[in-house]
Design a protein around this ligand. Structure first.
Ligand code: ADP
Ligand code: MG
Length: 753
């Protein structure tokens, strides 16, 4: 079915903004080439080229009116450029400017290259704190400088703001400023206002023409801020209109089974849990049950910090579905996790008749075929598995619910694939995604914008915060002794290393985090191991063939040997890493869970989801190599029971940023705070699996700073999608066109389901 808003073709012939930037006065072929290097080819590109900063010439005066020792700005023309070196070897560059009212000398010490930055006759803005020199001239030492174009007329007394753009070689700041100013003068009036009047009033947003003037020629910083906010709002609105319409598409066409919750069912499920559900868990369950009671497919994200108890919520939803005689599936990102869920379920369902099967990649072919047959014929109610669940040959009899655990790193494209699990038809299962990464709300809304969100913030009662300490290398032996003592008392210990094998410093110099996003995305598709481990596996294995290189990073393998033969001699020590095959991993995990091994040396394979309550001790080696959210996930492993967990870090803190990050980690256990800090320090790229999502389109909006704008834009988009489905009203035509131009094909608005 064609999408309602995709039906008309987009006409753009008469669009003056689509004209080549060469049409702007002052842009010849040579300049045009430079502009193209900046990604600017049309007039529109010029108008929407974002200043990277503004120079605020606060207190702009005539030279004659300057006062000493106060921050002020002047505009003057260069009349003298001199470089000299004093007898003591000090290089002084002196540039003299005048403005008709007086002269002023700017000086730079020990920066001889400054002499080449200026030309005679050039006009400059100079900002700094002036001093009277002995000759009566005003003098500025190391002032801030902005070159001006011949046409830029600034009037002293009125403060002035200059936009500063990113440049390319051969293009000067004042030249680009002039070109953009020209474009604004020639074209800003012609830019159509796509936001409906009513929205602009309600959200107090400036008209687009005004916006462009304020973006490029603001009189105050406040104007520049308003302009940016309006454009950021617009970006969010377009994105969320696209997402809202995609969701509407889904809802309009597709039906889902109505799952009914009765008192009886509720009571029967609750009695399976050995604990009382927390208020947050109850709320999430109520929201899920309400969704599943509709004949439209649920699309919900359950977000909860590590250890907050998502599994119980998932189990509730699965059993609710099964009680309604529909099949339910639970999918985990790794085999270790799938098995853990399987055990949890078996435990809860020990005395129940729910028929269930575990479907993972390591299942022998014959057993797999048998399981598939049972699933197809409806002889199985509950399926737990890995990505093996979404292979083409898996066919369900009556699938009512799909739950995907720890999905935060899956991109939007994979999600589309999961949705098709229910078959090609018009009946689709309900769909619940769970994530333990406390994604900042803005990012969650952008990444999962077409999902409803339930949040669990409250921890189960009796949880104690993990004691976290940074340990000096010189105290290693003391720590080992202490740990051994605790283990003898019956506690269990994780020792986490960033790599499987050791590696030399230089081989790891490239930042591990860089490849984090991609590797993560791949790993989810391949049912493999922790992304960080994957990313780092390559240099390590390359290195292992070269024994002459000194090993300076601890690999899990050597460290395991060291601990087993050294400080933990006589204890049962296990080794777990991503390069072991799935069955082996599962059995190592199992022995640890049962307490047969007391120490588990591992890589980040245990990062997500692993739940062994009696393991309350953790050591993290090379903690500086992990992202904050990742450390938080790791630490979450020892915050599971009533005994306070302890987490010890060894880290190289010579680097300023590592130090800042670890300091924050020691201070707080709030996953949301850590995730936001991580997003700030490492960029938000880590959250996104696919570039196609439209996040790369966000030029004005900042996902960390603009939460309020995003909330408003999302609300407005949902209202619009409800009151004017397909954006058919006259007042929404331009908006509709803008959504399609930007997201029509990218989000596959016409077809995706
Ligand atoms: P996560 O949200 O990280 O997946 P889990 O579902 O693994 O967390 O739960 C963490 C631990 O908390 C488990 O050992 C689980 O049994 C326990 N738990 C969950 N809900 C409650 C509750 N309401 N009261 C007490 N313990 C709970
Ligand atoms: Mg979990």
């Amino acid at each position: 079915m064609a999408h309602p808003i995709a039906a008309k073709t987009i006409q753009r012939d008469a669009d003056p903004l689509a004209e080549s930037a060469q049409f702007v006065r002052g842009v010849g072929p040579a300049r045009f080439e430079l502009l193209q290097r900046l990604g600017i080819s049309t007039v529109r590109d010029l108008l929407f080229y974002v200043p990277r900063d503004y120079e605020d010439m606060s207190d702009f005066r005539r030279i004659a009116d300057l006062e000493p020792e106060k921050m002020q700005s002047v505009v003057g023309e260069v009349v003298e450029i001199r470089g000299q070196t004093t007898r003591r070897g000090l290089a002084i560059v002196s540039v003299v400017v005048h403005d008709g009212s007086g002269v002023l000398e700017a000086r730079w010490y020990n920066q001889p290259f400054m002499a080449h930055k200026f030309r005679y006759g050039q006009r400059l803005v100079l900002s700094g704190k002036p001093k009277r020199a002995r000759n009566g001239w005003w003098q500025l030492s190391h002032p801030r400088i902005q070159p001006l174009d011949g046409e830029e007329h600034l009037t002293p007394g009125q403060s002035s703001i200059l936009p500063i753009y990113s440049l390319t070689e051969g293009l000067r700041q004042e030249q680009l400023r002039r070109i953009i100013r020209q474009a604004v003068e020639q074209y800003a009036d012609l830019v159509p206002e796509i936001l409906p009047e009513s929205l602009r009033q309600q959200r107090q947003l400036v008209h687009i023409t005004q916006t462009l003037r304020w973006l490029h020629l603001p009189a105050t910083l406040e104007q520049a801020r308003q302009a940016r906010r309006r454009l950021a709002y617009e970006e969010f609105l377009l994105l969320h209109l696209a997402l809202a319409h995609r969701r509407r598409d889904v809802n309009a066409q597709v039906r889902a089974p109505k799952i009914v919750l009765t008192r009886m069912i509720d009571a029967r499920i609750r009695q399976l849990f050995p604990f009382t559900l927390t208020r947050d868990q109850d709320r999430a369950i109520a929201e899920i049950a309400r969704d599943m009671g509709q004949d439209k497919p649920m699309r919900r994200l359950l977000q909860a910090d590590v250890g907050a108890g998502k599994t119980a919520v998932a189990v509730y939803a699965l059993l609710l579905c099964v009680a309604n005689k529909y099949q339910a599936a639970l999918m985990a990102p790794t085999e270790v996790l799938a098995r853990q869920h399987w055990q949890t379920l078996n435990h809860y369902l020990a005395h129940s008749r729910v028929r269930r099967v575990l479907l993972t990649g390591s299942l022998p072919e014959s057993q797999r075929r048998f399981a598939l047959g049972e699933i197809r014929m409806g002889q199985v109610d509950l399926v737990v598995g890995t990505q093996a669940l979404i292979q083409n040959d898996v066919e369900f009899h009556r699938l009512g619910l799909v739950i995907i655990d720890e999905q935060h790193r899956f991109g939007v494209l994979q999600r589309a694939q999961f949705r098709n699990l229910g078959g090609e038809g018009q009946v689709q299962p309900h769909y619940l995604v769970m994530t333990a990464t406390p994604i900042p709300r803005t990012v969650a809304l952008t990444l999962f914008g077409d999902l409803d969100v339930s949040v669990i913030r409250q921890m189960p009662p009796g949880r104690q915060p993990v004691k976290t300490k940074l340990v000096a290398e010189s105290k290693r032996q003391d720590l080992e002794k202490y740990l051994r003592n605790e283990i003898d008392k019956g506690r269990q210990l994780y020792v986490v290393c960033p790599l499987v094998e050791g590696a030399a410093e230089e081989d790891l110099a490239g930042d591990l985090y860089e490849s984090f996003g991609d590797a993560a995305n791949k790993s989810s598709a391949e049912d493999s191991n922790s992304p960080a481990e994957k990313a780092s596996a390559a240099p390590a294995s390359r290195l292992s063939k070269n024994p002459s290189v000194a090993v300076s990073y601890k690999g899990a393998e050597e460290h395991y040997e060291y601990l087993r033969q050294g400080p933990f001699r006589g204890l049962q020590v296990g080794l777990l890493h991503g390069r072991m095959d799935e069955r082996r991993k599962a059995s190592v995990m199992e022995r640890f869970r049962r307490g047969e091994t007391q120490v588990l040396v591992c890589t980040t394979v245990i990062e997500v989801g692993v739940d062994v309550p009696q393991a309350t001790l953790m050591v993290i080696e090379h903690a500086e190599r992990f992202g904050l959210s990742q450390l938080h996930q790791l630490r979450g492993r020892v915050a599971r029971g009533p005994v306070a967990g302890e987490c010890y870090l060894f880290a190289d803190v010579s680097n300023e940023i590592s130090r800042a990050r670890l300091r924050l980690f020691l201070r707080t256990t709030d996953g949301f705070e850590l995730a936001e800090a991580d997003a700030r320090l490492r960029g938000i790229g880590q959250f996104f699996g696919t570039r196609q999502h439209g996040v790369s389109e966000l030029r004005f909006a900042n996902l960390i700073r603009d939460v309020d704008l995003l909330e408003h834009a999302r609300q407005d988009a949902l209202t619009l999608a409800r009151t004017d489905p397909g954006l058919r009203q006259e007042a929404h035509q331009l908006l509709r066109r803008a959504v399609l131009e930007r997201y029509g094909t990218r989000l596959d608005l016409a077809e995706i389901g």
